[in-house]
Design a protein around this ligand. Structure first.
Ligand SMILES: Cc1cc2nc3c(=O)[nH]c(=O)nc-3n(C[C@H](O)[C@H](O)[C@H](O)COP(=O)(O)O)c2cc1C
Length: 201
């Protein structure tokens, strides 16, 4: 089962990275492969709203030449897309937002002269999130946005694992988070196994 992690934290040794690392250990222990894309190392320009993508029915059709197309290809080929992000101003970080803006437009041909396909239809998505406020006040808008984006794109949303960062004087990672994120990885893995089994039978 192929996992594509979109890493949206600028801090390679930060909280989101620590949570993701633990998730990956569990994922690999389940015998599965993964690919991590660090979005801060990629060139992802913001969407220009030019709508050129809406007239291209058999591909992305984006006029911008950067890393978006290669990242989208990785997303398309994955059994699970995991969006790992710290919360910045109640949402994901800027490179992930730029990626999602362009994914929602170029990936859904709903807005042009004719209707076309949802290019990520049937794919599975989940999120690893860290935030400073309690998750229900820090990450609620992000999760709601992600759910709506998945529904709109005919994707399946599998859930979010979110942990609070209590600040500079409190170490972020502890045994509870370690066990929690590992359990989340196992839950996602089981859910995907069920869907694969259903597709075969
Ligand atoms: C620029 C900035 C904006 C932030 N905005 C929020 C916010 O709106 N809500 C929240 O709960 N936490 C917010 N935080 C806290 C981070 O989400 C939290 O510390 C997170 O664990 C950092 O993850 P990282 O170590 O992967 O960078 C913000 C942090 C920064 C640096």
């Amino acid at each position: 089962m192929k996992l594509c992690v979109l890493m949206g934290s600028p801090r390679s040794q930060g909280n989101t990275a620590a949570l993701t690392q633990e998730f990956l250990h569990q994922w690999e222990a389940l015998g599965e492969e993964s690919r991590v894309i660090s979005l801060y190392s990629c060139r992802i320009q913001p969407c220009l709203g030019c709508m050129a993508c809406q007239e291209c029915m058999d591909g992305l059709g984006c006029v911008q030449q950067d890393d978006f197309s290669a990242i989208f290809q990785e997303m398309s080929g994955a059994d699970l897309i995991l969006l790992a992000t710290p919360i910045y101003a109640w949402y994901c970080t800027a490179p992930m937002k730029a990626l999602l803006d362009r994914t929602v437009y170029a990936g859904n041909k709903n807005y042009g002269s004719q209707k076309g396909p949802a290019l990520l239809a049937g794919r599975y998505a989940a999120s690893l999130t860290t935030c400073g406020y309690p998750p229900e006040k820090g990450a609620d808008l992000w999760e709601e946005g992600l759910k709506r984006m998945c529904r709109h794109s005919k994707m399946n949303y599998l859930g979010m694992f979110c942990c609070r960062d209590l600040g500079r004087n409190v170490p972020f990672m502890d045994e509870e988070k370690r066990q929690g994120v590992r359990a989340f990885a196992r839950t996602l893995h089981s859910a995907l196994e069920v869907t694969q089994h259903e597709r075969i039978t």
